[in-house]
Ligand binder design. Sequence first.
Ligand SMILES: *Cc1c(COP(=O)(O)O)cnc(C)c1O
Length: 221
Amino acid sequence: MTITENIKEVYKDIREDITVIAVSKTKPLEDIKEAYNSGVRNFGENKVQELIYKMDNFPHRDVNWHLLGHLQRNKVKYIVGRVNLIHSLDSVKLLEEIQRQYEKQEKVAEVLIQINIGKEENKTGIFIEDLENMIENCKNCSNVMVKGLMAIIPIGDEESCRKYFKDMKKIFDKIKEKSYENVQMKYLSMGMSGDYKIAIEEGSNMVRIGEGIFGKRDYNI
Ligand SMILES: *Cc1c(COP(=O)(O)O)cnc(C)c1O
């Protein structure tokens, strides 16, 4: 299947109010252009350097770039005002650095708080117990606007996926009911190639699809 065919297939059963992010990490610019020509306007990368290279060299400006991977504090300065949405706010220290760098340039960062919903050691994201503290700290950060939550759930069968997605939706709705300064619950970013349909059924409104659009990744090139 070509990228164009994959995109048709994916979009076929996704409602229009759901944002599809085509995750182009490791893939060349030509692949991103093909996706663009098929109508995709949201692209996700997980490394700052690769993201910047692709933004700088992509010929079209009418696209949204998403940073999905862990963001090192010393790299925040490179993305100020350039990334549409940072999905990986995963510590108060990173929050403070984003605030510092964006304030300097009088810009506002739009971010999602990444939740490590399965409490997996090999994954970044905050534990649910630390969410309140994170939100509390956002009060002091007027150059950071939280737009929702992101999660990468543990690998598992459908039942397990559903449980984690449901847990995320509950947390999302709970925060949404309250009003916190600099925090809105607009996007619930969950679901990838293997489980995006389940994620949408459980309330996701932003899915991140890599291999399902661009085909298998090869990390050795
Ligand atoms: C790579 C990646 C994806 C896409 O994964 P696929 O299984 O290829 O769809 C989604 N989210 C994050 C954070 C990723 O790093």
